[in-house]
Design a protein around this ligand. Structure first.
Ligand SMILES: [Zn+2]
Length: 96
């Protein structure tokens, strides 16, 4: 998981997860040295491929349900479950 590029402090899962809220990628601020970190472009691609892409693939191609509402609920569940793993993979870089 992401560490501070300056002082090597480990960022917590919830700290990284919270930075995704509202679909605005907010910078993460290190508790120790206050250095701000921004999500990288590959980080954004990883985020989308763990959340939006699996949801779209499921709702458009893989859903065994004819019911649109059921498909949508499961699609959203996939998005939420996928997002739980994103703090482990998404990369941040020190803001210069
Ligand atoms: Zn730091």
């Amino acid at each position: 998981m992401q560490k501070c590029e300056k002082c090597n402090t480990q960022f917590g899962w919830s700290k990284i997860y919270k930075s995704f809220f509202g679909w605005v990628y907010r910078p993460i601020k290190c508790d120790k040295c206050s250095t701000e970190h921004n999500i990288t472009i590959p980080g954004r691609i990883i985020f989308v491929s763990l959340t939006i892409i699996p949801m779209l693939i499921f709702t458009n191609f893989l859903s065994p349900f004819n019911d649109f509402f059921v498909t949508l609920v499961i699609g959203l569940a996939i998005l939420i479950i996928g997002s739980l793993f994103t703090p482990y993979f998404v990369k941040y870089k020190e803001e210069l």
